[in-house]
Design a protein around this ligand. Structure first.
Ligand SMILES: *[C@@H]1O[C@H](CO)[C@@H](O)[C@H](O)[C@H]1NC(C)=O
Ligand SMILES: *[C@@H]1O[C@H](CO)[C@@H](O)[C@H](O)[C@H]1NC(C)=O
Ligand SMILES: [Cu+2]
Length: 175
């Protein structure tokens, strides 16, 4: 009876681990969802879209746009507010574009095609601090699903599994 309960607890723990661990990996967001990256949503469309999500270091933004019709530039906050397209920091001209949020900072995205930014094709993202963990090692490039993302996540996973094994082994010896 006690052994059965222990086994139940073990199964519950394993299911919990399988559920929790993938959440430490980077998330991927399609900017504007089905609307994609263009001014058709109106002036506050991307402000509303951004407000619906929490962004963390390592997350990836997918900007869906047609090459030659739109582009994706990062700019300063001042340039963002003024829709100044002459002082871009980075610029991607080929769509769709994936942009990895590498740092715990604010990112300001605009389209540099005439009037697109002022019509609402602009997105400000604030990447929130990772809760209680060390800052990610520099130069970490986390791809979407394949590699088990940052080393902090994988070491957390290893520690968790080690603890789980330590608990699980004596339970197995009960049988
Ligand atoms: C974002 O984080 C805040 C504060 O932790 C939380 O209240 C909110 O539900 C989160 N939103 C989403 C979409 O996860
Ligand atoms: C962007 O991410 C999507 C989904 O993971 C992937 O299919 C696509 O190949 C990526 N594009 C680039 C340019 O990396
Ligand atoms: Cu545009």
């Amino acid at each position: 009876m006690a052994a059965t309960m222990n086994l139940t607890l073990l199964v519950v723990a394993l299911i919990a681990a399988a559920t929790v661990l993938p959440r430490t990996q980077a998330a991927q967001y399609v900017v504007g969802d089905t609307t994609g990256w263009n001014p058709s949503g109106g002036a506050t469309f991307y402000t509303s879209w951004a407000a619906k999500h929490n962004f963390s270091v390592g997350d990836i933004l997918v900007f869906n746009f047609t090459t030659g019709v739109h582009d994706l530039a990062t700019v300063s906050q001042v340039a963002f507010n003024a829709c100044n397209t002459n002082t871009t920091i980075t610029r991607i001209t080929t769509g769709p574009a994936n942009f990895t949020l590498n740092s715990n900072v604010s990112y300001y995205f605009i389209c540099t095609f005439p009037q697109h930014c002022s019509k609402g094709q602009k997105l400000a993202i604030t990447v929130k601090a990772s809760s209680g963990t060390l800052p990610p090692p520099t130069g970490v490039t986390s791809a979407p699903p394949p590699p088990p993302s940052a080393s902090s996540a994988s070491s957390q996973a290893s520690t968790f599994l080690l603890i789980l094994m330590t608990i699980a082994l004596p339970i197995f010896y009960l049988f």
